[in-house]
Design a protein around this ligand. Structure first.
Ligand code: WT7
Length: 669
């Protein structure tokens, strides 16, 4: 019965990991931050007088229309950075480069999904000048269609350059974008529109994924008619839908509501001055899962976010003028915001964007792209690395990867085995690895090596970035001893921190600022070793990290119980070799409903429809009833052990029904 899962093996090996990789000398010499001493000196400065440090950075890094009056105004949990300053994010990403030698440099190199093996995908290159023009044109399209400063605009697009154009165009006119990942359902789109009161949707007819067409416009059509329990239309705030032609699939165009992107361009010119935005004007909202059924609209503001994105991009990825930088994240996630679009472009770097999957048409897709363009910096997720390991070294070995000089990971803890494989097979043993810890809420990278300075240890995100004060604490907020586990908190405000949960200040306080008084609570468990290195263990709330995507168990549970057959559901994570965690749902059916295999598939499809394919449970186990404490709380700890196939450990005497436990462990349905 007892079995050790691969991931729990990793956890053990993480705590026993002793290897240290010193920065590569040649790399260090040329790096922006080139020694640990230099890092420590700057870090100490940034902590001793944060306002002085950030004021200097803001002055050096950003172009301001009007200088700020006060660096920080802070009253837990509300921060205002660079108070009174005026600037524009799209101006800082585009216009500022046009009078420099970067004007005709590639801003975005885009590779489309390939049609078949051996065939390259479509290619597009947009220079800073071209991107600027596209953004200005589309910003005028937005205005023409009623978008004004402060309006919310929902973006639901595939990974095409127009996704970046749409984001930057919103920023240009001061509209607040909320990008929804193309893998989310019509219901999710409708819920997000209802929550933020969006006025416009920008979508495409369809997108390509592994040779299939994703019906984005159809999903939007469906979303726009969905109603809430009281019969009110969820998306009633929507006045316009702008549709990009991408997949040329048949779609419905609703007269008076829907317009084609390319047609609208005929009515506008490329003259669109950048709006003077306040430092604290919202830039974007991004929905992310929490421990309740409803995703939270995390919002970020203008100056602080941009400063963080720009500075971390340059220092963590050691960006140089001739780099070709590739972050594989979709713009639907925060990584795509900070490290595909805003951070690299603000630095005048070339950002590569890829539309498709890592293994379509073949498992060497990434390596083909690295070789074809001479990618120098690659930033991806541990789950992808583990998939590549499984597909075999023959795929990367087919390609010349010597252009690579730096590798990065993000999204979940990386197991030392995957770290070593990445280092040796992809990095040829010469590329530093930056394991970057951060969250949608933090906006930008918080704990990370600086590649020319920080000795790395496989599995550790190492040390805090400038101005970041993380600590590992117990339930009372007291620092725990070296090597003991605790909660990861951030003690001091930082410029790119979230400014709140859209429309719900109380939830903002409760979720992030109530757990440990006066500190920001990350929701992650962590340990700090004798060198002060941080080892993130993973979420300690009811949030799972599946293939680098954050998914709330409560969200899936509420989707499951919305199916007429289901009485009750509990969702837990099980360690998974590829995805880090897999989703296991324990489901109690309504009286009279019989458990059968088709129902299992039906429920999985139901969750895909309610939330999106990303949230589909990997495993559904029917149970007569769920194990509960006397107060009626579902015993998740127990379900986790059952899901992982572990022996039941710990005290179970609080169980309401011992029979339930026995039946579950015997695998009865
Ligand atoms: C959660 C945030 C940050 C962009 C992608 C995910 C986990 C993230 C690491 C890392 C260990 C990590 C944490 C965090 N996480 N990076 N390098 N090592 N864990 O953003 O969806 O907001 O998820 O991802 O659990 O809380 P997100």
């Amino acid at each position: 019965m007892s079995q050790t899962s691969p991931a729990s093996k990793n956890i053990t090996s993480v705590s026993q990991e002793t290897r240290v990789f010193e920065p590569n000398g040649e790399f260090s010499t040329a790096a922006h931050i080139s020694s640990l001493t230099q890092y420590r000196r700057l870090y100490n400065e940034s902590i001793r007088d944060p306002e002085k440090f950030w004021a200097k950075q803001a002055e050096q890094e950003l172009i301001w229309f009007k200088p700020w009056k006060k660096v920080l105004q802070w009253k837990v949990p509300d921060a205002k950075w660079f108070v009174g300053g005026k600037l524009n994010v799209s101006h800082n990403c585009l216009d500022r480069h046009l009078s420099t030698p970067l004007a005709n440099k590639a801003a975005i190199i885009w590779e489309g999904e390939p049609a078949s093996p051996g065939k390259p995908g479509e290619e597009r290159v947009l220079t800073f000048k071209q991107l600027h023009r596209e953004v200005c044109l589309f910003a005028n399209v937005l205005k023409r269609n009623g978008a004004r400063k402060g309006d919310r605009v929902l973006i639901y697009l595939p990974m095409v350059p127009e996704a970046a154009v749409a984001m930057l165009a919103c920023a240009r006119i001061g509209a607040v974008h909320s990008v929804v990942f193309g893998g989310f359902s019509a219901q999710s789109v409708a819920d997000r529109i209802a929550d933020c009161g969006a006025k416009l949707v920008i979508t495409a007819d369809g997108g390509f994924r592994r040779g299939a067409t994703i019906q984005l416009k159809k999903n939007v059509d469906d979303a726009l008619v969905l109603k809430d329990a009281s019969g009110k239309r969820l998306a009633e705030s929507i006045e316009r839908v702008i549709v990009l032609r991408r997949a040329s699939n048949d779609i419905h165009i609703e007269e008076g509501r829907d317009v084609w992107w390319h047609r609208e361009l005929e009515y506008v010119d490329a003259n669109c001055p950048a709006a003077h935005m306040d430092s604290e004007d919202p830039l974007f909202i991004l929905y992310t899962s929490g421990s309740t059924g409803k995703p939270k609209g995390i919002f970020h503001t203008t100056a602080g976010f941009l400063l963080g994105a720009k500075l971390t991009s340059r220092l963590v990825f050691d960006l140089k003028p001739d780099d070709l930088y590739w972050c594989t994240a979709d713009v639907g996630w925060v990584t795509g915001h900070s490290y595909v679009v805003y951070g690299p472009l603000a630095n005048g770097a070339t950002s590569l964007m890829y539309e498709g999957a890592p293994n379509f048409p073949e498992p060497d897709r990434f390596w083909r792209i690295v070789e074809k363009y001479g990618v120098t910096i690659l930033y991806t997720a541990p789950t992808a690395i583990r998939a590549f390991m499984k597909w075999g070294v023959e795929w990367p070995k087919k390609h010349n990867l010597t252009s690579l000089r730096l590798l990065g990971t993000v999204g979940e803890p990386i197991n030392p085995e995957a770290w070593m494989w990445y280092h040796e097979v992809i990095g040829g043993g010469r590329c530093p690895i930056v394991d970057t810890w951060w969250q949608t809420e933090t906006g930008v990278i918080m704990i990370t090596p600086l590649p020319g300075a920080t000795p790395t240890k496989p599995g550790s995100a190492t040390l805090p970035f400038f101005g970041v004060v993380p600590e590992v604490v117990d339930d009372q907020g007291k620092p725990v001893p070296t090597n003991s586990g605790g909660k990861l908190v951030i003690r001091k405000p930082w410029p790119s921190m979230l400014r709140g949960v859209w429309g719900d200040p109380q939830r903002f306080r409760e979720v992030y600022w109530s757990e440990i008084k006066g500190s920001y609570f990350t929701g992650d468990g962590c340990r700090r070793d004798k060198d002060g290195y941080f080892w993130i263990v993973g979420r300690i709330d009811d949030v799972l990290n599946v293939a680098g995507h954050r998914i709330g168990t409560a969200e899936i549970e509420s989707a499951l119980v919305s199916n007429p057959n289901v009485a009750e559901a509990a969702v837990v994570g099980r360690p998974d070799e590829l995805k880090g965690q897999a989703l296991v749902a324990f489901v109690t059916l309504k009286t009279g409903v019989k458990a059968h295999p088709q129902l299992r598939e039906e429920l999985r499809q139901h969750v895909a429809k309610e939330i999106g394919p990303v949230a589909k449970p990997d495993d559904i186990r029917f149970a007569e009833s769920l194990p509960k404490t006397r107060s009626g709380k579902i015993m998740r700890r127990l379900l986790k052990q059952i899901a992982a196939g572990d022996e039941i450990k710990g005290d179970t005497t609080t169980l309401e029904d011992f029979g339930v436990l026995a039946r579950l462990t015997q695998g009865e349905e």
